[in-house]
Design a protein around this ligand. Structure first.
Ligand code: GLN
Length: 307
């Protein structure tokens, strides 16, 4: 797929999504995200040679929310390797991102690192030997290096806003702690988690940050190839919570969603793709973004199920 073929498609795709006028609803349980206009769209694609093609509001920063879970898991895998799997599983949950139901049956061992319970455990692991401030600066440094962009930052206002209403996550953290699967005070781990979720990036920055997951030659080396392969497997099976099967069916590429409306999508060896549209579907994944991803994979033929 050359840039000359892809750019006109992306420009047309952005126009088509605007016309389709099917946006879903923005996340309203985080007060700071409730006021965002769902009628927005952006897409960026990084090709193996490092060219970035974009359409729509690709320079507009948005809250990456759960997409941050990819970066914290990458750091945890790099730092403590396979010992993370003693604390969190690798199976899809078939439940909502913030669900608590499986935790009791499975005695505080979250199904996977992308549902909130699993991500809170991962962040807790990153806090070993580090103050929250140091862990956050490590997360930010990882993302800045992956994207090659020092301007990426945390929106502390969004973090405070989520903390004020984050009772579900507090319940999850305390519940994990009751099973001894949280080594720090729930407030400390959650404070770090809310701040990592509040990192803001544009689709351009996010697509650049995802180069290492697609193993593009233009990417800085972040983690080993073996770890990248495993991360992609988890993104395919669990990256969109209980919408993961449908996304694999429609798009066929590993991905991670966030309630800010972002999607990071990996076409291994071919492209790193970021899409943003803040209206969400019933699973908390971008509604227009998911549709755009399906159009893109139809047009390019990119799919892990197709050689
Ligand atoms: N910060 C959000 C939460 O914990 C992240 C959820 C998401 O993006 N799916 O609820």
């Amino acid at each position: 797929m050359t840039a000359d073929e892809l750019q006109p498609f992306l420009t047309g795709l952005a126009q088509r999504v605007m016309r389709e006028d099917d946006w879903g609803t923005q996340a309203d349980y985080i007060p700071d995200l409730a006021g965002i206009d769902p009628v927005q769209f952006a897409i960026s694609v990084v090709l193996p040679d490092g060219q970035v093609l974009s359409a729509g509001a690709s320079e507009q920063p948005f809250s990456i929310q759960s997409i941050s879970k990819i970066f914290t898991l990458s750091i945890a895998l790099g730092r403590i390797g396979d010992s993370i799997w003693a604390r969190v599983g690798r199976e899809p949950s078939g439940d909502a991102f913030n669900s608590i139901v499986l935790l009791e049956n499975e005695q505080g061992h979250p199904r996977n690192p992308f549902i909130n319970a699993g991500a809170i455990v991962t962040t807790d692991a990153l806090l070993a030997g580090r103050a929250p401030r140091e862990a956050l600066s490590e997360i930010l440094q990882f993302i800045r290096m992956a994207a090659g962009d020092e301007s990426i930052h945390i929106n502390r206002h969004v973090a405070r806003s989520e903390k004020a209403t984050g009772h579900r996550n507090m319940a999850l953290a305390h519940y994990l702690r009751s099973f001894d699967n949280l080594t720090h005070e729930p407030d400390l781990t959650l404070g770090t988690y809310f701040h990592q979720c509040s990192i803001e990036m544009s689709t351009r920055q996010l697509a650049l940050a995802g180069r290492y997951l697609a193993a593009l030659p233009c990417s800085p080396r972040m983690i080993s190839d073996a770890k990248v392969r495993r991360l992609n497997a988890l993104m395919l099976t669990c990256g969109q919570y209980d919408g993961s099967g449908e996304f694999a069916f429609r798009v066929g590429l590993p991905s991670k969603s966030g309630v800010g409306g972002g999607l990071l999508i990996v076409a291994p060896g071919k492209a790193s793709i970021a899409i943003w549209s803040p209206g969400l579907n019933e699973h908390g994944n971008s509604q227009a973004g998911t549709r755009a991803a399906a159009h893109l994979s139809d047009f390019t033929g990119w799919s892990v199920f197709r050689p």
